[in-house]
Design a protein around this ligand. Structure first.
Ligand code: GKR
Ligand code: MG
Length: 425
């Protein structure tokens, strides 16, 4: 097989005004869609977070990959590494994030091509399925009113169920419980994560305790303040949450601080912020900074790298969960194939997908049953991209004027002068 074309499409998908430690989600989440076409006319797809810097890197990579064999992933890595190599002054053309995103997009699209060419799902090329369904967690956010996109902060008064809850403001524990109930009713999630770091820690602790009260002890709960708390704050909050949290995700910044919190609390700590690359693994072992690592093929550099991380986790006694950003169905399909191939994935995966409800670019969007997605046995990723929907999401991108994610700037539109603080409370 030979790669004969690589098409990179920036898209923008409506995203509600969700709050986090870095600020506020913009009305659109940006993604890059990569289509690799083989000389035989087969198309393989990949999806990664959108940014103009990543798009430029992908365009450059594309020029060098034409004519290569999509089965030759190690040769493709060598080519990509040569493009990312530091110059004589040590300056790297691509930062670490750009590098992993490019590698991930290309690798996933190549796997989709490979799977389609031999009529096997990707999970079979990764060693076969360790599970037939992949469970996900409800992912709750404090939010302002509105559903994003062209409607911004507006609401549709006729909406009901999750469609209405998706638009409603959720700024306190009662709002979070109502959001959880609507999301769980529709998707059937059996565990719940709350994105914290937006309000005073006690509000977020109270929200977890309210969720515990509403859902009972059999629904595992997680809290993720995105590393914006001090160690003493995290310990004081954590003491109130012992027995209520399945895991505490990135309460503080950096491996040493995480280790200090881990020592003080009887709650497993999880991370997608302090141990995020292979370079961080020695520090993870030295400090014992977390008990659980959230993998993510977009941020670790693809499927093979994620399975390498899984091997590390198995060896060094780390549990595994899966991280998510705002995403569409290509990413979801890839997450499901990878999760199915990860035998030591010990926790329900994250997904932002319900926040993009109704805006996918697939002919047949994936569905959740009792919070889980069935692992497709169709070739490759098992999806078909709807080119009209792709074109529509691209038009959104051209019209929305956003080129990079910047939650701080979005927050300043609502609260002038608001500034991100690496440690706020
Ligand atoms: O989308 O606001 C968000 C999340 O905070 C996202 O940016 C994080 O990457 O989901 C994330 C996490 O830290 O788990
Ligand atoms: Mg996190």
């Amino acid at each position: 097989m030979k790669i004969s074309g690589i098409h990179i499409t920036p898209v923008a998908v409506p995203d509600p005004p969700l709050l986090n430690a870095a600020g506020l989600h913009a009305p659109y989440a940006l993604r890059l869609i990569v289509e690799i076409v083989s000389a035989e006319g087969i198309a393989g797809w990949g999806e990664i977070p959108g940014s103009e810097a990543t798009r430029a890197a992908l365009e450059l990579a594309a020029e060098h990959l034409i004519g290569m064999d999509p089965w030759g992933l190690n040769a493709i890595d060598v080519t990509l590494e040569s493009l990312a190599r530091p110059d004589a002054r040590g300056a790297t053309p691509w930062d670490q994030r750009t590098w992993v995103h490019v590698r991930s997009a290309i690798e996933v699209a190549c796997y989709d091509l490979m799977g389609k060419s031999v009529e096997r799902p990707i999970v079979d090329l990764l060693g076969g399925a360790a599970r037939e369904r992949v469970p996900f967690a409800a992912y709750l956010f404090y939010k302002y009113e509105g559903a994003g996109g062209q409607f911004g902060f507006g609401v549709d008064a006729d909406a009901s169920g999750w469609a209405a809850a998706r638009q409603r403001a959720a700024l306190d524990p009662a709002g979070i419980v109502a959001q959880a109930q609507a999301m769980v009713d529709l998707y059937g999630f059996q565990s719940i994560k709350l994105k914290g770091g937006a309000f005073e820690p006690q509000v977020e602790v109270d929200s977890i305790l309210a969720l515990r009260e509403a859902f009972g002890p059999n629904v595992p709960l997680r809290l993720d303040p995105n590393a914006i708390w001090r160690v003493d704050t995290a310990v004081a909050a954590g003491r109130q949450l012992e027995g209520a949290l399945e895991y505490f995700e990135d309460p503080v910044r950096g491996q040493k601080n995480m280790a200090a919190v881990a020592r003080a609390l009887d709650i497993p700590l999880a991370t997608n912020m302090c141990t995020t690359s292979f370079d961080d693994l020695p520090g993870s072992v030295a400090h014992q900074s977390e008990a659980i690592i959230l993998s993510d093929h977009h941020f670790w550099g693809g499927f093979r790298a994620s399975l390498d991380l899984a091997r590390f986790c198995a060896t060094f006694g780390r549990g595994m969960s899966m991280h998510s950003n705002s995403h569409l169905g290509i990413s979801l399909a890839a997450m499901v194939q990878l999760a199915a191939a990860t035998s030591n994935l010990t926790y329900d995966c994250d997904t932002h997908y319900p926040w993009q409800d109704g805006y996918d670019l697939l002919v047949k969007p994936l569905t959740f049953e009792e919070g889980a997605v069935a692992v497709s046995r169709e070739p490759g990723l098992g999806i078909e991209v709807d080119r009209d929907k792709l074109a529509q999401l691209r038009e959104n991108y051209e019209a929305c004027g956003l080129t990079e994610r910047d939650d701080e700037i979005e927050m300043q539109k609502v609260e002038p002068g608001w500034a991100f603080q690496a440690t706020r409370w």
